[in-house]
Design a protein around this ligand. Structure first.
Ligand code: SF4
Ligand code: SF4
Length: 65
């Protein structure tokens, strides 16, 4: 099954993906990336590979494999 992957160093912390995920598989973290933005984590056990995060993210963080 398709699973989303995130390149968290591209993330700018906008959190648009968190609300877009239909199965709450994207968790906002308080950790920051190299650029100082708060990042997210994908729960691969919940992800259904729908691609909504890929569509919503303005910074091309996601790929769906
Ligand atoms: S939509 Fe993209 S840039 Fe915004 S928090 Fe999610 S992964 Fe980061
Ligand atoms: S592919 Fe769909 S289910 Fe998986 S993290 Fe992205 S929005 Fe959520």
């Amino acid at each position: 099954m398709a699973i989303a992957k995130a390149d968290i160093n591209l993330c700018k912390g906008c959190r648009l993906c968190v609300g877009a995920c239909p199965v709450d598989a994207i968790e906002p973290l308080h950790e920051v990336n190299k650029k100082g933005y708060e990042i997210i984590r994908i729960d691969e056990n919940k992800c259904i590979g729908c691609g909504m995060c890929y569509v919503m993210c303005p910074d091309y963080v996601f790929t769906v494999e």
